[in-house]
Structures are given as structure tokens and as C-alpha cells.
Design a protein around this ligand. Sequence first.
Ligand code: HEC
Length: 289
Amino acid sequence: MVAAALTTLVMLGSVGCDDVRPVSEPCLTVRSGETEVEFCRAQLLGRDDVHEVRLGDRGFYRQAGPLTLKAVPVEVLFAGVEVAPDAILDAHGTDGFSAPLHANRVLQGLSSGARAHLAIEEAGEPWPPLGAGRPSAGPFAIVWTGDDEGHVSNEEWPYQLARLSVEEPLTRRYPSLMPSSGLPEGDPVRVGLEVFATNCMPCHRFNGAGEAEMGPDLNRPMSPTEYLTEDGLRRIIRDPRSVRAWPASQMPAVTEDQVSEDELGALIAYLEHMAARRPSPRPSGPALP
Ligand code: HEC
């Protein structure tokens, strides 16, 4: 992961946003259609609207105690770029992780008053590590202020950011995620799709849809609802290590503040519903042995 991060930094360092800058100067790429703009650390930190953001007990540093980070409003990255209200911002990390964010939440904030900012790690003042033996959340991360009621999920705090790209809503981009069109609005299966897209798609593909490379596809070739008991599936989601454990496992426990019990029920309803909606019996691409 560290090696990948370094490669990205060196790579970005060689395609200039400024002619003279150290090779290690990190930059964030913002892409919308054919347009690509780079924002580099020094340039962002030199803006008039740089401000300090005090982190509370949410997001990737919730265990690190109160921290104050330098940030700019997230909107500055999208000046002059048209972003449809239902667009998705794909947040790509330096390690291949990708999280879909709702553009309207990130750019307009929530009615509860929560607001997103782009936090920037300063050259001489590295942020704390994300955990023992891990790098920091820098060079860039999305952080939230004013989330007093906990409406923002941890998946909406992407860190080690390398690129943000403006995309069509997931269901238009990936019709294979869609449940049966006959389901009424508000049906648990529909709610489950939202829960899945926000909390699981950063790491899991589904019917081949998505960009994640970390965990298995959760509907192809089989759905976990077909080979796990419901209790086993709930436990793998809530506490994977209580089902099976090995040193390199990467699936995090999905806690009740991220996904409530009702949302977990909806998520399982979605997985069950979709097990019967698999586009082809075998994934396309190389045939399975
Ligand atoms: C940070 C990445 C990440 C997130 C987020 C994540 N998973 Fe996983 N998941 C994994 C990885 C990686 C594995 C493979 C086992 C491992 O390394 O722990 C896995 C394994 C699983 C398995 C077992 C599949 C099998 O056949 O072995 C299930 C089921 C599962 N995840 C469901 C979910 C669901 C549902 C969500 C959303 C609520 C979710 N995961 C969120 C990374 C993630």
C-alpha cells in the first residue's frame, strides 16, 4: 500500500501543475468527462480560503483524539465544472480504494448543517498514522464539520485521496445493480441498494458493476445469501473475525452507527432479491476453472 502510494506521488509529480516543484509534491486530480484539473498541495495551501477544521469523534481519525487540520471548501475543486444534482463523485485513493459519494451532499452539505471540506496534509506537519504501522490519511482527505447528529457515514470520509471523478448515478452507470422495477418506492430492497452502494461498493463489485478491487463480487458467480446462513452473513458483516480470522483479512466490521439494524435487514433483502437477478450464470471475461 505504501509502495503504491509512493508510485502515485512520483507519477503525479512528473506531470506538472507547476513547473518547479519537488517530485514529492502531492496533487489531487479532479476529472469530469474529458476535463482533468490538478490541484497540488502548495497551490491549495496558498489560497485565501484555507481554514482550520477541528475534527470530532467521527471519520478516519475518530480514535486519534481532537485534531485540527488545514482545509479548503470542497467546492473550490469544482469551480467551472458542471455537476448534476444526482451525480456521483468517485473518490479514488492512492491504494486502489474507490468510494462513491453523492455529489449534492459533498457540494451542498446536509440540511442538518454538516459540511464537507478538503483537508490537506502540510509538508512539514504530517498527520498521525491511521493505526499502528500504517501511513497517515494524507495527502488529501474529505472531512466533515457540523455532523452533530451522525448523518454522515464513515464511508463518506475518503482519505489518502488521489483523484475525484464526476460520474453518472450508479444505477444509470450500472443497470445490473437495479432491483425489479415493479417494487414500490421505499421497498426495503430499494433501501438496501442505497445501503449497499454507500457501504459495500467501495470494496465489493456486484454483478460485475463497480470499480473495487479489494473484496469479492457479492453476486457473481454466487450470492453469499446462497452459501451462507442468514446469521452467518449478518455476522460476517458485523464482525467478520467472529466467523473466520486470518492475519491478512481486510473486511472491516460494519458497526451499527454506520448501518443500523433496519438498514442491515434491507441490505440482506437486496442481496436475496438480486440473487435471482444475475445477468449471466458465469462472469464474463476469463472462464472460471
Ligand atoms: C474496506 C473494504 C470492505 C468493505 C467496506 C466491505 N467489505 Fe466485505 N469484504 C472485504 C474483503 C477484502 C473481503 C474478503 C475477506 C477479507 O479479506 O476479509 C470481504 C468479504 C466479505 C464477505 C464474505 C464473502 C465470501 O464469500 O468470502 C461478505 C459476505 C462481505 N464481505 C459482505 C460485505 C458487505 C455486505 C459490506 C457492506 C455492508 C461489506 N462487505 C463491506 C472488504 C470489504
